[in-house]
Design a protein around this ligand. Sequence first.
Ligand SMILES: [Zn+2]
Length: 271
Amino acid sequence: MSGLNLDPVQLDRYSRHIIMDDVGPTGQQRLLDADVLVVGAGGLGAPVVQYLAAAGVGTLRIVDDDDVERSNLQRQIIHADADVGTPKAESARAYVERLNPDVDVRAHVAHLDQSNVDALLDGVDFVVDCSDNFSTRFLVNDACVLREIPFSHAAIYRFEGQAITVTPDSACYRCLFPEAPPAGTIPDCAEAGVLGVLPGTMGCVQATECVKALLGVGDLLAGRLLFYDAAAMSFEEVPVEANPGCPVCGDDPAIDSVADVDYAERCAVQS
Ligand SMILES: [Zn+2]
């Protein structure tokens, strides 16, 4: 069995996984063999990176082109005061290297765009979209749908979060939102504010979905849009059907390559 590849240190490190019937040594080996792309090392990306690294996801690609700012530290908890001014992707890599030497962490100090998305997705098993702008969300959606790579989406706003997991069989982000809203119509974190712990909750939902998808256990948040209201401390969900007219996953899709899409300028929302 593949679990025999685990060395004694790994049997110790992952013992609370290994004793679970739903994981076991085979499941843990599956995590160690997995390759995950995290898009954005901000508020959502921070707990995603923490838990995926701790869980022993073997290859973690982290793409982010921003530097750590002091105003990020209220919620982006993998970055510390001494990291201000350094690239978030590099700060995230340093965090992972401290946490778990099993993880091959690859920091990409870049903005995910049409020029690099193919290379960054090559060989990836799951994508966690922790981006803060609509153009990146649509690019991640289209690229993942076209390549049949499952991914988790989440977004945050003040006290509220939403999340959905997109699989090759379920509704995609464009089934929900065919086009991005006009730039400037949605306030970003700097304008609207965000409760610091909110992305922690939503990022943990995303990390949970990623681990479940890699293990093939449980029911994914696919075809269900989850809403979280931190002020009310309530979780609600609405079913989402795949749209046959969806421009990327529908019956007669207009998009068959991300190269042909105008993802417009980055319209920031929240991170
Ligand atoms: Zn769709």
